[in-house]
Design a protein around this ligand. Sequence first.
Ligand code: WT7
Length: 627
Amino acid sequence: MDSEFFYPSKEVVKNANVKEYDNLYKKSVENPEGFWSERAKTLEWFKKWEKVLDDSNKPFYKWFVGGKINIVHNAIDRHLKTWRRNKLAVIWEGEPGDVRTFSYHALNREVSKFANVLKSMGVRKGEIVTIYMPQIPELMFAMLACAKIGAAHSVVYGGFSVEALAGRIQDAKSRVVLTADGGFRRGKITDLKGIVNEAVKRSATVEVCIVVKRTGHEVFMENDRDFWYHELMGLPIASAKCKTEIMDSEDMLFILYTSGTTGKPKGLLHTHGGYAVYTSTTHKFVFDIKDEDRWWCAADPGWVTGHSYIVYAPLINGATILMYEGAPNHPYPNRWWQMIEKYGISILYTSPTAIRGLMRFGDQWPQRHDLTSLRLLGSVGEPINPEAWKWYHKVIGQEKCPIMDTWWQTETGGFMITPLPITPLKPGSGTKPFFGNEVAVVDDKGNEVPVGEEGKLVIKTPWPGMARTIYGDAERYREVYWKEFEKQGWYKAGDSARIDKDGYVWIIGRIDDVIKVSGYRLGTAEIESALVSHPAVSEAAAIALPHEVKGNSIHTYVILRAGVSAGKQLEEELKNHVSKEIGPIAKPEDVTFVDSLPKTRSGKIMRRVLKARAQGLDAGDLTTLEE
Ligand code: WT7
């Protein structure tokens, strides 16, 4: 039915970087290596690759084998030889309203100086530096400075707390931690340094901690371990001349932790070469990036969205980036719309949660502002409900901005299923696979399910942006993503989806024990282990239930230890305990005290039973239920 489509305007089609999908897609999947090697040629290499794809050791694929590159050379250095040297790279606005701007020239100066500081602290190629910062320019400098000298970064989202941070520092065995005295969020100061101090107590490897002064509030600094960023940057050692390290294509660029089905978060590992090619291509094709654009990805650099589409891809494409520190509704719900007007933002990329949250305040807030500079919009993180899609399209996009609903994951590095600006859109669908990618929706045996039916989403072909492994646990990488469809050699995404008669993909949600809250990814196992770490708790289960704004919210069930009595006060205490251990995003909506939990005979908690009961639904097949 054609009426369900939203067609792009002639204007959009005429100006698009990519004007055609079907033929180009066909060619790209017939010869993905040809497609990707053409794209790789748009970057600067110190030495050209010998082989585009090495699939001799599946599922550990390698891309642009033998090539020498550094992503920072492409994100910064090569622009300095052109007129872009004096182009704005970053416009940054703090929550209190302070503004700082950096041209590519200035960005290079800051990154080079900090790279020299890191070197003076003994940071070496291959080591992993943990970064735990608010959304300030120094976060970006820190990531780029690590990459420039060949060190890898592990950015931990500033909303995470002691336990989450300590676990990540320990897993990466970081010797150096970069942080700040705090950041601003809804007018309050987040105590990042206090959390680092606690986390470092639990992490024996940390020798150096560099602290950016952001808020000026007093923090504890340990002698001989903690240093102020601004003091180091003022020393002669912080020279603005720094050579960009020559890296192998397949050298580690960063690890980024994400939640999985079981156990502790896993550090997905990404590399210099393939990741640079994949992120810059997807960004340029999908968001139609042009030199005159002002690009705003309103995510946090602590997540993969920020890594790929605040930092690396936009810089490689020579874009002007807006970065904002704080909350969307501070001090008023027009904060974002005000910034779009103030800076003339042309592309906004955000999450369904943020859209739903802002929609709630009513049309009068955006309507007070001039949003005519916008020409494209984007959405990521979870399925977008058609109501929010239509509001975003009408009220923010003034019915002229196509919405790029991009489906991807920490593991994929960049967009996998996504429209292009020229694609006829259906609200709520990510439409079709990006060039080079073949996807399918299959049953447990790997047979494609009939049109319109639900099944498991798989990716049938490797792509340059794919994670190479889980840091320190290659076996787990194989097990989690590749084992189920090993015979076919497919990547299992962990999402369920359906494909309609027009070939459009509709993501339904996670099929594993991963919960998406406000687009953030959390594992039921992490929440449960935080609960069980409280002395009152003997057993716990966490499930997700639908939530109007957040998409999902966390509901928990707890069995108390003998002699402990349930009550409102304990419920509050447990909710706060989870928030303190993992971070405020993991705070449960409620805690229900129970005497037993539904389990299989082998002792696994049957979360789907809890979920069905909570929703008043039939729990389905209960034959494996023990009690
Ligand atoms: C999971 C990955 C990739 C950036 C942020 C999330 C869900 C992501 C969409 C979308 C429906 C989406 C999936 C996926 N997801 N984008 N456009 N439509 N669902 O990265 O934290 O690794 O989470 O987010 O469930 O598996 P992530």
